[in-house]
Design a binder for this molecule. Structure first.
Ligand SMILES: [Zn+2]
Length: 488
């Protein structure tokens, strides 16, 4: 229901700055907030607005040290956003609580708003969340034409303080345009409980509602998406225990095969994640394993596995690989990305976790695609993930039928961690132009080469081996890098 309130005039005019004016555009909950905000308060005196930054995961300055940013970084459309209002009390500021109100407009109409209080102790500090007034704005307000305006008011309806007026509205004029870009509705994960059986003993991962929702929320906090969907798949029961590296690689390959299982109906944009209990001992094994997906259309490599740890850090890292992210250079991580821009894999730009309300400093926290801790997303990884999510969603959600038509039948030949070759199920997809191309000889019954197939090698992230992906040869054997495959 659209409820349009009359223009809410905040009639107490603060000296030079006109108060923010608005109408309520969207939903009932917003109008409730608006009712709070239209509770007229005097403009706060004795204090100036000196900064404004927006946070969805990585810091975006809008107003810094009183200077309006012109080359502002893009925000993700539809994603919840925390605005930090930086203030500077005047010398004569009388200690008390004040409130900041943040308004986000769409086409000139109010689309989201919020307020928070603070008893300022001094000039706001970038590194101290408790020194700024932090206001959370729902994702529904964050869209292409969004603009923002901020004001400081007294925390109660009593008269303002005795100080002279400050700069209590920013901008003092038209709201500031935000740079907001769509990258689709969801990041979609197909979450598969892997049940290990040892005789009558069963080892199942934690699939409690609280755990799964916590994992989903942690994934949402770490990825630049509007939201994250976790679809729980049917249980998967491997015929072995996951007790060595070869079992890890075999399980990952079986997760790739699930993509072709018609009963499961995994969609091409879904990231398959096999999750299992850590109760089975596994010496020298990785914490997680994934394929590196080199391009938006490489849906065959959107598969990863890992333990059911309460902390989703490993899952974030693995699904990062499935988004085509290589390692960031810290902690001895193999195959580091040569383009990573910050020395030692520091994140380079201050980060913010929307779930835990934690700040991560630019030079003491490391990119989550490295092996160093504490970890958060760098600006570089955040941008690359944004682009991948956008590309995948554009490919499969905007025009699913076109994307499917373009797919051809491919066949993976898995090379396990121990060097065993095995055929996988036929897959949809296209050979990635950005993959590691390799050629495969197709052999006849006598073992003589009859054709050469264009193929790509997609490596595991944390173990030797991977998959060699080629147009489905239908039958026969192939030879690749001197190795003979089993018969198909
Ligand atoms: Zn890794």
């Amino acid at each position: 229901m659209r409820l349009l309130l009359p223009l809410g005039l905040l009639s107490v005019v603060a000296g030079c700055a006109a108060p923010v004016q608005f109408t309520c555009l969207d939903s009932d909950p917003l109008c409730e907030i608006v009712a709070v905000l239209s509770d007229e308060r005097p403009a706060a005196t004795g204090v100036d607005i000196v900064g404004l930054a927006a946070y969805q995961g990585v810091e975006h300055w809008i107003l810094k040290d009183g200077e309006e940013m012109v080359d502002e970084v893009r925000l993700v459309a539809g994603r919840e956003t925390v605005f930090r209002v930086f203030i500077e009390p005047h010398d004569d500021f009388v200690s008390r609580e004040i409130a900041a109100r943040v308004y986000v407009f769409q086409g000139g109409k109010l689309a989201g708003a919020g307020q928070a209080n603070l008893a300022p102790l001094g000039l706001s500090s970038e590194t101290d969340l408790a020194s700024t007034i932090n206001v959370r704005i729902p994702g529904s307000a964050m869209d292409g034409e969004a603009t923002v305006q901020v004001e400081l008011v007294e925390a109660s309806a009593t008269a303002s303080g005795p100080e002279r007026e400050g700069e209590s509205v920013w901008p003092d004029g038209d709201p500031h345009p935000l740079v907001v870009e769509q990258n689709g509705e969801l990041l979609r994960v197909y979450y598969v409980p892997v049940i290990q059986k040892d005789g009558d003993t069963e080892y199942a991962p934690d699939m409690s509602e609280d755990h799964v929702e916590s994992i989903r929320r942690q994934m949402w906090a770490a990825f630049p998406a509007k939201d994250v969907e976790l679809e729980i798949g049917e249980d998967y029961v491997p015929s072995y225990l996951i007790s060595d590296n070869n079992a890890w690689s075999t399980l990952l390959n079986e997760m790739v095969n699930l993509r072709s299982d018609p009963d499961r109906a995994v969609e091409p944009d879904q990231y398959v994640y096999g999750v299992f209990s850590q109760s089975v001992a596994c010496s020298g094994c990785p914490a997680g394993l994934s394929y590196l997906a080199y391009s938006d259309n490489a849906d065959y490599s959107r598969a990863s596995i890992g333990y059911d740890s309460p902390d989703a850090g490993t899952m974030v890292h693995e699904v990062g690989h499935a988004h085509g992210r290589e390692h960031s250079p810290c902690g001895g991580a193999a195959g580091p990305d040569p383009n990573y821009p910050h020395e030692g894999a520091i994140i380079g730009v201050r980060g913010y976790n929307l779930l835990s309300d934690t700040l991560y400093e630019a030079d003491t926290v490391f990119d989550f695609m490295s092996y160093c801790w504490p970890a958060w997303s760098s600006d570089y990884t955040w941008e690359a993930l944004f682009q991948r999510i956008k590309g995948v969603n554009a490919l499969y959600n905007a025009a699913p039928s076109n994307a499917r038509l373009a797919n051809t039948a491919l066949r993976p030949l898995f090379l396990s961690a121990d060097g065993e070759l095995s055929w996988g199920e036929p897959l949809r997809g296209e050979l990635s132009p950005a993959g590691l191309s390799t050629s495969v000889e197709l052999l006849d019954e006598l073992g003589l080469p009859v054709a050469v197939l264009d193929a790509v090698f997609v490596p595991y992230d944390h173990l030797p081996g991977g998959m060699i992906l080629m147009p489905d040869p239908g039958a026969g054997r192939v030879r690749v890098a001197g190795r003979l495959s089993p018969a198909l």
